[in-house]
Structures are given as C-alpha cells and as structure tokens.
Design a protein around this ligand. Structure first.
Ligand code: NAP
Length: 304
C-alpha cells in the first residue's frame, strides 16, 4: 500500500481563502485586522518564519507589522513593547516569535499579552479555556492545524485512537486536549507518549491516527505504524545535505519513504503541518478582530 499524501499547502490555501473572506467583511465595516510580530535576534529560522507569517497576512488583507529587536534587548524593554501593543487598537493579535533569547523569560512575555490579543493561543487563559472545552478563544495554531488536516481529508478523529508523540505545551498537550473534547471533530481516545514511555512502538502501533511532534528525525519507523493509519508529522528538523546549495534540507520525525508504504495517509515535510500553523495564526487574528467588532467569531469548525 502507498499512503495518500495529505497536501497541507492546498488545505492551508483553502483556509486562507476563508480567512480572506472574513477579513473583507470586516474591512467593509472599516476594521482592518492587525497582527504585530516581535522578532528578537537574528535566528535565521525565526526570521524566515516571521517573514512567511507577514507575507501570508498581507495576502489575506491582515495588516502585519514586524518589530525586529536586537538579540540583547532587555526583557523589560520587550515587556514595554508588549504593553504598547496591548493598548494599540490597530493591533488585534501579538506574536512573539519563539524561541526568545535565553536571558528572556518566555512565559513572562506570553503572559504579558492580553488574552484577547494572543496570536498563538499559548496564554494560560486561552489554554485554560481549551481545557474547559471552550473554543471561542485563541486555539494553539499547530494543534488546530492538525485537527483541520484530519477533518478536511475525511479523517474525523471521533471514536478513533489517536497517539501523540510529544508532550510540549506548544503541540502535544494542547493537541491531546483539543482532540479529547466532547465535540464534533474531536471525541477521540488519546494516548500521549514521551521520552519516559518505555516501549514507544507498543503504543504507536495501536494508533488509528499517529501524530508525531518529537523534534527528532526517524523517531517513527515503518514497523512502528499500523497498516492504514493516518500519520501526521509535525517535526521540522534541519539535516545536512551537501547536495543542496544551502547545505541542509528539512525532514520530519517520521521515516517518510518507508512509512508511506504502510500508512493509509501521511503528511510530507515540508508541505504538511507547517503551512497549516500559519493559516491557523491568521484564523486567530481574524477571530480576535471579529470579537473587537462585536461579531461572532468565524467558524472553522467542521460540518459534522
Ligand atoms: P519539544 O518542546 O522539544 O518537545 C518534544 C517532545 O517530544 C517532548 O515531549 C519529548 O519528550 C518528546 N520526545 C522527543 N524524542 C522522543 C522520543 N524518541 N520518544 C518519545 N518522545 C520523544 O518540541 P515541540 O516544540 O513540541 O516541537 C516538536 C517538533 O515539531 C520540532 O521538530 C518542531 O520544530 C516542530 N514544530 C513544527 C511546527 C510546524 O508548524 N510544522 C510547529 C511547532 C513545532 P520529553 O517531554 O520527555 O522530553
């Protein structure tokens, strides 16, 4: 069997078109959704993520501003910028690009952002709402993107066994919470694995849907996957590749070529989860602006 490819770029484009429609409706009322991205330092990957997010915002009519600060910016200065953006009515969401330099306490920065202006859905207030099954706040972008990939390929997680490899606050844990909600498009039975899991394959082989966010290439090999399973590879790892001009290429956490012969569906890296994360950031910004306008937030929920 060769797995069907899940085209994250195409699905993200579909969501961006929906966002553009919502933005156009707001603009008719004189409201321009605004995203403020904060980049601290010159990490090349962060620079390219922030410019991709700004480009994607422009394309759907969201006004993106980027604040590029030197790596040695004191934490107090960064917090003061967040305070100014919190008070700025043209800014609907604020996105500090992670990771921040080691002298800055990421949690302090994320918690300084008003929950209503949380672009990433990582503010404890919004994470708490997610835990309560209340989805009208900002939802963490990557988990939300994974859910949309499943739903828009007809792989509703309801009633399925989902195994998530990774327990980060960014991906693994919010995804597990999102998919265990008693709601359409969720309602899964979820197992979370991590480095303390003694026999990873024992669990992954039981997955109807396997989501891997470990940050390590080849964490999942073909014998760890149940035939026909849906495999979502969140990992983005740079590995040396002298055949490329830039000297590296991106790979996921899954041994793609071997696993695609076993799985029923699989995401590529790049072109799988990555574009979805950006699309869901745009969704959070649109919804934040709609709330300010007193409109009900646009629904990206599946039609059951
Ligand atoms: P993270 O904070 O480093 O967390 C990785 C998790 O994986 C940890 O919980 C770790 O367990 C677990 N893990 C690592 N190796 C494992 C193994 N061999 N077996 C079982 N569990 C293992 O990483 P993250 O922020 O969640 O990101 C994960 C990956 O996704 C990275 O490659 C990141 O670049 C990528 N990512 C991609 C997107 C996107 O848009 N495509 C978005 C976010 C992240 P412990 O907790 O026990 O250490």
């Amino acid at each position: 069997m060769t797995a069907q490819l899940i085209d994250g770029a195409a699905i993200a484009a579909e969501i961006r078109r929906q966002v553009a429609g919502g933005v156009a409706r707001l603009r008719e009322r004189g409201i321009v959704p605004g995203l403020a991205a904060i980049l601290v330092g010159d990490n090349p990957a962060s620079i390219s993520y922030v410019s991709a997010k700004a480009r994607a915002s422009d394309e759907v009519g969201i006004r993106a501003r980027t604040y590029h600060l030197p790596a040695e910016t004191p934490q107090e200065e960064l917090l003061a910028l967040v305070d100014r953006l919190n008070a700025d009515p043209e800014v609907h969401t604020i996105l500090p690009q992670l990771p921040l330099p080691p002298h800055i306490d990421e949690r302090a920065v994320l918690e300084r952002i008003l929950p209503a202006k949380d672009a990433d859905g990582l503010h404890p207030w919004n994470l708490g709402k997610l835990l309560r099954g209340d989805l009208d706040g900002a939802i963490p972008c990557t988990p939300h993107g994974v859910q949309q990939l499943l739903l828009r390929t007809g792989n509703d997680p309801g009633g399925k066994h989902v195994v998530v490899v990774g327990r980060s606050t960014l991906v693994g844990r919010p995804l597990a919470v999102l998919l265990t909600n008693k709601a359409p498009g969720a309602n899964a039975t979820v197992t979370i694995c991590h480095t303390g899991t003694p026999d990873l394959g024992l669990h992954t082989r039981q997955a109807d849907i396997l989501v891997v966010a470990a940050g390590r290439p080849r964490t999942i090999t073909a014998e760890m996957v149940k035939p026909g399973a849906v495999v979502i590879d969140v990992g983005t790892n740079r590995v040396d590749d002298p055949s490329r001009k830039r000297g590296w290429r991106l790979v996921g956490d899954v041994d793609f070529e071997a696993v695609r012969e076993v799985a029923g569906w699989i995401t590529p890296v790049p072109g799988g989860v990555g574009p979805m994360t950006i699309a869901m950031l745009l969704v959070n910004t649109l919804r934040a602006a709609e709330r300010v306008a007193g409109l009900p937030p646009s629904s990206f929920a599946p039609t059951p």
